[in-house]
Design a protein around this ligand. Structure first.
Ligand SMILES: N[C@@H](CCC(=O)N[C@@H](CS)C(=O)NCC(=O)O)C(=O)O
Length: 138
């Protein structure tokens, strides 16, 4: 049985759960992170030394980093569905996953934390505007 660690409100957990849903796989979900805590526990850090969610355990395999988990799930359980055997075809998905992680996400997170998660009086409007413009450009 596949086990997924991570709170459902985390978008990096959501994309893994979405993939599991697309592949129609049974799984067990363990809520950790956010107000549930648990990411600094030795048992959790033994699975993911970076102390982040999501983490997948599938029998003897333990994987962290959401995009790596998604690639593992698709390659293992989605060969006729979400996994392209041709490297060129597969790169159509890979490039967007890498772009999201390396290009869009840093600016998006600056905007998310700077605007949505910062009280109005403490917001840095200049930084927010710069992140917004970069997100729009991406
Ligand atoms: N690049 C990592 C990012 C992992 C990450 O930062 N996860 C966030 C949730 S989206 C986290 O662990 N936050 C701490 C918490 O929820 O307590 C991935 O894609 O898995």
């Amino acid at each position: 049985m596949i086990k997924i660690w991570g709170r459902r409100s985390a978008y990096n957990v959501q994309k893994v759960l979405w993939t599991i849903g697309e592949l129609d796989l049974p799984y067990e979900h363990i809520t950790v992170g956010g107000s549930a805590g648990g990411l600094n526990q030795p048992d959790f850090l033994a699975m993911n030394p970076s102390g982040r969610i999501p983490v997948l355990v599938d029998e003897v395999v333990t994987i962290w980093e959401s995009n790596s988990i998604i690639r593992y799930l698709c390659a293992t359980y989605g060969r006729n569905h979400l996994w392209a055997e041709s490297p060129a075809k597969r790169s159509l998905a890979d490039r967007w996953m890498d772009w999201e992680l390396a290009t869009l996400q840093p600016n998006f997170l600056d905007l998310f934390w700077g605007f949505y998660r910062t009280p109005e009086a403490l917001r840095n409007q200049q930084n927010i505007q710069r992140s917004l413009e970069r997100c729009q450009k991406h």
